[in-house]
Every structure is written in structure tokens, then in C-alpha cells.
Design a protein around this ligand. Structure first.
Ligand code: UFG
Length: 323
């Protein structure tokens, strides 16, 4: 049985991938410092090691005998990264490089990268598009992509960088629980459920309705992309491969609001706020490469289905995992 180390497996995306790995018959160890992850999100069959990825002693030990590592840990908020870049460079780059050095016996790496590596894209977003991040968060993801690419050449290992577009959605027992929550879909759903207004950051972008446009990808589809990337790594020498993981459909912030009103069947008051620093106006994937090379296909392509699966989680868990 192949053994996988999942770093940050108690977080939102990690916890969905852990379920998918279990269902596929892998043996899993989760390494998570629980700074933003939740113990409750880890199934009892999975070994949870509560430690930081920069804890050399622990990492040396848990890396032994692992066939692959999936790297979900790190800070994820674009706006926060502009205000506190030092935290992003330390957590996402310094600690990750230390981890990769100590865990160097693991020869297959699946890294959670981001569409934020592209910056403000010009034209179609293929993986070969220029990488010019416009916020520290995207810079830190790009730094690790580059480092992994160098490692694959120098050490002959495999590394897949999955460039996530906007992860969203949930299921009755698993979902998004960030404190504080900064992402659009959970913020709009919670505003709707709690009967309070939501702020949309910026309405003067050059987009279809003046608000930012994103490509929302369901966490179950993201999980499936991880499994396929893992299979590819375990079956051949592939070196470094970056893949966009998105649906290819752009949805504006106002369209998210409207779709959530339809899903919840109620009006949600919206305050038009200032632009948020570091936000690219439009981020929409061209996902053809992952479809072609890993035979991946998203199951959730309708924004209302994605929001409705997230709403199920928020209705059942008004206080997140504490409920
Ligand atoms: N937004 C609002 N109001 C809110 C929250 C967000 O208007 O309360 C807006 C943002 O300004 C942006 C859009 O909604 O225009 C999406 O913002 P999110 O914070 O939900 O997501 P981001 O696009 O900033 O970033 C997310 C993840 C990153 C990932 C990126 C990839 O947080 O980790 O998607 O596109 F890299």
C-alpha cells in the first residue's frame, strides 16, 4: 500500500483530498500544526501528527517510507499578504524549503500552487503564460514552484504544481471554516443566512459588470485532480509539471451574489466597497492541459451547484467545526 504524507491535511482543501485518498486505498499521515486546520476534519483512520512543517525532528521521522507528499500548508489570503508579506515569505517559502530539505527522501511532490502566480493575465491562461504575480501571496507560490522545478532537475524527483483557481463548495460534513473568513462565497452565504450585508470589493474594474471575475472550482474536483497527479507521479518519471485546475468559466462577484440569492431563496444586501489591494480583475483557467494529460474533468461546472453544496455545510455548521 502506498503511503502519502499530507502536509496541511486538516485544512479546507486538504481534508477533501484526505477523504479521496482514503477512498482510493492509500495509507495517509497528516502533518498539520492546526493553526488554521481542524482536528475534527480528519477521519479517525488517519494518523494526525500535530506539528509544524519546519519541525525538523518530526519531519525527519514522518518522511520515512513515504511514497509521496502533498503540500497544502501555508497562508492563503491575497489581501493579507499585501499587508503582512513577511509572514507569507516565512510560512510559504522559508518553512517549505526547510521541509523539502529535511523530507528529501520523498521523491514525489504534489504542491498546492495558485492562479495568483499569473498576476494580471493577458489573453488565454495556458500554463505557459508569463508568471508575474501582483501580490506577495502569488510571489511565494511562484518561488516554491521554481524551487521544485530546480529540485526535479538536480535530484531527479517528480513534482506537480496544481495551480488552483478559486476553491469553493462543500458537503454536509466537510467544508470551509477559516477564522476570520475572507473568501467571497462563504462570506456571501453567511451574510445571507445571518441576514446581514456583504461588501463587494470594487465595482469599477473593466469586466462585464465592473466586479472581479473568478473561476470557481469545487473542492471535490480539486481532490480528483490531486489523485490523478499522484497516479501520474507514482507511475512514471514526469519531472516538473504545472497544471491549471479550474473550470474555464468566469463568474463575477455580482454573479456570485445573485446565484447565492437564488440558492438561498432570499435577497442579500450588498455594500459596494473599495477595491481590495492585490486583486487581479480576472482569473479564469484554460484547463485543457490537465484534461488532456491526466484525463481530469470537473463535475461541478455550474456556480449554483457549487454554492448550494457550500450552503449545505454552512447551514449544518453555523459555527464551523465548533458546531
Ligand atoms: N471579495 C469580496 N468580498 C468579500 C470577499 C471577497 O468582494 O467579502 C472579492 C475579492 O475582492 C475578489 C473575489 O471576491 O475580487 C474573490 O476573492 P476571494 O478572497 O474569495 O479569493 P481570491 O481570488 O482573492 O483568492 C483565492 C484564494 C487564493 C487563490 C486564488 C486563485 O484565496 O488562495 O483564489 O484565484 F490563489
Amino acid at each position: 500500500m502506498k503511503e502519502i504524507l499530507v502536509v496541511g491535511g486538516a485544512g479546507y482543501i486538504g481534508s477533501f483530498v484526505v477523504r479521496a485518498l482514503l477512498d482510493a486505498g492509500y495509507k495517509i499521515t497528516v502533518l498539520d500544526n492546526l493553526s488554521s486546520g481542524h482536528k475534527e476534519a480528519i477521519p479517525s483512520k488517519v494518523t494526525l501528527i500535530e506539528a509544524d512543517l519546519a519541525d525538523e525532528k518530526v519531519v525527519r521521522d514522518v518522511a520515512k517510507g513515504k511514497d509521496a507528499a502533498m503540500l497544502f500548508s501555508g497562508l492563503i489570503n491575497v489581501g493579507e499578504s499585501v499587508k503582512e508579506p513577511w509572514r507569507y515569505w516565512k510560512e510559504n517559502v522559508v518553512k517549505m524549503i526547510l521541509f523539502l530539505e529535511v523530507a528529501s527522501e520523498i521523491k514525489n511532490i504534489i504542491f498546492s500552487s495558485s492562479a495568483a502566480t499569473y498576476g494580471v493575465p493577458q489573453g488565454e491562461l495556458f500554463e505557459t503564460h508569463e508568471l508575474k504575480p501582483v501580490n506577495p501571496y502569488g510571489e511565494t507560490k511562484l518561488a516554491i514552484e521554481k524551487y521544485l522545478e530546480h529540485l526535479t532537475i538536480a535530484k531527479s524527483i517528480n513534482a506537480v504544481a496544481l495551480r488552483y483557481f478559486n476553491a469553493a463548495g462543500g458537503r454536509a460534513d466537510l467544508g470551509e471554516d477559516h477564522k476570520p473568513e475572507t473568501h467571497l462565497i462563504p462570506n456571501v452565504i453567511k451574510a445571507g443566512l445571518e441576514g446581514r450585508p456583504v461588501t463587494i470589493f470594487g465595482s469599477d474594474y473593466e469586466t462585464k459588470d465592473g466586479t472581479c471575475v473568478r473561476d470557481y472550482i469545487h473542492v471535490e474536483d480539486l481532490a480528483d485532480a490531486h489523485l490523478r497527479a499522484l497516479t501520474a507521479c507514482l507511475s512514471a518519471k514526469i519531472g516538473f509539471r504545472p497544471y491549471n485546475v479550474g473550470t474555464g468559466k468566469g463568474v463575477s462577484n455580482l454573479e456570485v451574489l445573485k446565484a447565492t440569492e437564488d440558492v438561498l431563496n432570499r435577497k442579500i444586501e450588498c455594500i459596494m466597497g473599495e477595491r481590495r489591494a492585490g486583486d487581479p480583475p480576472v482569473l479564469v483557467a484554460n484547463p485543457n492541459l490537465i484534461k488532456k494529460e491526466l484525463s481530469w474533468e470537473p463535475k461541478f461546472t455550474n456556480i449554483k451547484d457549487i454554492i448550494s453544496s457550500a450552503a449545505l455545510w454552512h447551514k449544518n455548521h453555523p459555527n464551523g467545526y465548533l458546531a
